[in-house]
Design a binder for this molecule. Structure first.
Ligand code: UD1
Length: 440
């Protein structure tokens, strides 16, 4: 057993998430942020890579895994329900799917987090069947899974939708390689089909595939498990199916959305932040636009240094798009920044139809934002005022925290369990840089 494997298997099973729906964050605004913030591993990569462990009977060991996140705990709950053995220690995780006891992902767990749909492809590819609850809608939109289902059907799967569940079975002899052209770029569908194709018979080509760095990271993990994949990071991914995959040790890449969030925090509050273990190259679209707005960022070895020296940022326009475009997961935070910019900026959301729920909350803090269809005009104001606000989804919640950091007086953000889905130790990380913020 490797040292890592030994360290992780000696630990107790993970504990259930703490904190409840009533937890709040209180912030006294107006403090510059100065100091260092360690960036965690990427939630949106770790969640998917955890599902890759279902593709082999051997153990998969992860490093830099953001284990304290609520979404990661939900995924652990789901995989444990299937019979996967999981151990965590600090930011290490080991998963072993040698003896699964169920091929059903139940509604009660899937409804908490859409990332659980990613067990479908791996279960079907390795065991020839799977039953996964349809995830249903969520606060930011309807979020269908038709592209996942259609792609698996093209690989020969029989799929029935009954009582809210996807019942999938592979043809005799297993899934078959196929040429799949996505009519729309989908991160989740690209990942599900890439994992399914890793164990299919023959070659699968995914055309108009998503190019997100998290997909590249998942693909690299699959390759270290023995998969044969070409074209990662491009819109055409080719997967030559193999007989079996084996165990591996893989490092989760730094979280570019957490990184972008703290870059924006520095832009809003002023001061100088050093973001440790972070990578600017995965944030081209954000960096370009923030430079235009007047913020300075640079890569310094494994760290990013960001600083705003006094000057007010200028209003700029953004439009969310699949990678390498501006990420939908940074839209709310960017909008919070624009509320105090000089002049106006327009924010257009093209990925999700209902992702402006932070707007009324920001307006309650004194922002001037008007929504027209899938665009919002943000006219910069001189100051925001602290208020009691409600977090509605993960990224909207953090946008309200950012607004609270610069608002006059006290801001209370309610329902912060959303925040705990995606930001490790956010209160501690911000406090360490001078923010007056506490969980109550
Ligand atoms: C999306 C984001 C991802 C983000 C994540 C969490 C994009 C392209 N994807 O990934 O960056 O981290 O949310 O907020 O920005 N769609 C269908 N049918 C499907 C699947 C998707 O119509 O079967 C549509 C979605 O409704 C959406 C678009 O395709 O409008 C992109 O969705 P997708 O990338 O699959 O969503 P996630 O994987 O959740």
């Amino acid at each position: 057993m490797t040292a890592l494997a030994k360290q992780t298997t000696d630990q107790q099973p993970p504990v259930k998430p703490s904190g409840g729906a009533l937890d709040k964050i209180k912030i006294i605004g107006g403090v510059e942020l100065n100091g260092s913030i360690p960036i965690s591993g990427a939630k949106n990569a770790a969640l998917k890579i955890m599902c890759a462990s279902l593709l082999t009977k051997d153990a998969l060991h992860l490093e830099n895994s953001p284990n304290s996140l609520r979404d990661i705990k939900s995924q652990i709950e789901l995989l444990t329900h299937l019979g996967c053995q999981i151990r965590t220690h600090d930011n290490l995780m080991s998963l072993c799917a040698a003896n699964l006891t169920s091929l059903t992902a139940p509604y009660d767990i899937v409804r908490k987090m859409r990332g659980s749909i990613l067990v479908l492809g791996p279960l079907l590819a390795r065991f020839g069947e799977a039953k996964v609850s349809l995830p249903g809608g969520c606060a930011i939109g309807t979020r269908p899974v038709d592209l996942h289902i259609k792609g698996l059907e093209e690989m020969g799967a029989q799929i029935k939708l009954e009582e809210g569940y996807i019942h999938a079975s592979a043809p005799e002899g297993g899934l078959r390689g196929a040429k799949i052209l996505f009519p729309k770029v989908s991160v989740g569908a690209t990942e599900n089909l890439m994992m399914a194709a890793a164990l299919a018979n023959g070659t699968t080509v995914l055309a108009n595939a998503a190019r997100e760095p998290e997909i590249v990271n998942l693909g690299e993990c699959l390759i270290s498990m023995g998969a044969n994949i070409q074209g990662l990071g491009t819109d055409t991914i080719t997967i030559e199916g193999v007989e079996a995959l084996h165990g591996a040790t893989h490092r989760v890449l730094p979280d570019r959305i957490e990184t972008g969030t703290y870059i924006i925090a520095a832009g809003m509050t002023g001061g100088t932040l050093r973001l440790q273990n972070a990578d600017l190259s995965s944030l081209h679209a954000l960096v370009g636009i923030l430079e235009e707005a007047g913020l300075h960022m640079e890569q310094d070895g494994d760290d990013i240094i960001v600083n705003r020296n006094g000057l007010r940022l200028k209003g700029v326009d953004i439009m969310t798009e699949p990678y390498p475009g501006f990420p939908t997961d940074l839209q709310a935070q960017f909008m919070a920044m624009l509320t105090l910019a000089e002049g106006a900026g327009m924010v257009t959301e093209t990925i999700f139809e209902n992702r402006f729920m932070h707007v009324p909350e920001l307006n309650r803090m004194g922002a001037d934002i008007a929504v027209q269809g899938n665009s919002a005009i943000v006219r910069g104001v001189q100051s925001l005022k602290g208020a009691e606000v409600m977090a509605t989804d993960l990224r909207a919640s953090v946008a309200l925290v950012l607004a609270g950091l610069v608002a006059e007086g006290e801001t209370t953000v309610n329902r912060i369990y959303h925040l705990e889905r995606g930001y490790e130790n956010i209160v501690d990380k911000l406090s360490a840089c001078g923010a007056k913020i506490q969980k109550v």
